[in-house]
Design a protein around this ligand. Structure first.
Ligand SMILES: [Ca+2]
Ligand SMILES: [Ca+2]
Length: 66
C-alpha cells in the first residue's frame, strides 16, 4: 500500500493497493474530507476494470461502473 498527497495539502488523498507488485486498486479522496470517494480497480495489464464513486460523502460507494 502506498499513500500519496496528490494536492500537497498535508493530507494523504490517494491510496494505492498492490498485489504481486502491481497496482490493483486506487482509492481517492477527491474533496479532501478525509473519506474515500473514488475507487478504481485494475487488471493484470493495468487497465481500469471497474470504478466506484461516493456521491453523498459518507465514505461508502454509491455508484459502480464496470
Ligand atoms: Ca472525500
Ligand atoms: Ca455514499
Amino acid at each position: 500500500m502506498s499513500e500519496v498527497d496528490a494536492d500537497y495539502n498535508g493530507v494523504f488523498d490517494l491510496f494505492k493497493y498492490y498485489e504481486s507488485g502491481k497496482v490493483r486498486r486506487k482509492e481517492r479522496d477527491t474533496n479532501a474530507d478525509g473519506k474515500i470517494d473514488f475507487w478504481e480497480y485494475f487488471d493484470d495489464q493495468g487497465n481500469v476494470v471497474k470504478t466506484g464513486k461516493d456521491i453523498d460523502g459518507d465514505g461508502v460507494m454509491d455508484i459502480r461502473d464496470q
